[in-house]
Design a binder for this molecule. Sequence first.
Ligand code: ZN
Length: 62
Amino acid sequence: MVMSFECECGNRTAFFATGDRDENGREYIELEDDDRMTYMIGEDGLLFKCKFCGYVYRLDKL
Ligand SMILES: [Zn+2]
C-alpha cells in the first residue's frame, strides 16, 4: 500500500503501486476499490469523491 484515504463517514480505501513505470521512472498507483471512492484530476487540483456519502475532497495543486 502506498497511501490510504479515509472519509469522515468511515469509508476507507487505499492506493496501491501497480509496478508499471512511466518513461521518467515514476510508478503508477491505482485505487484499491473504485466502488468506494473515485478521483478526478481537475484544472484546479485533485478531487476525491466518496461514493458512500457523496462528500468531495479537494487537494490543491501545489
Ligand atoms: Zn464518505
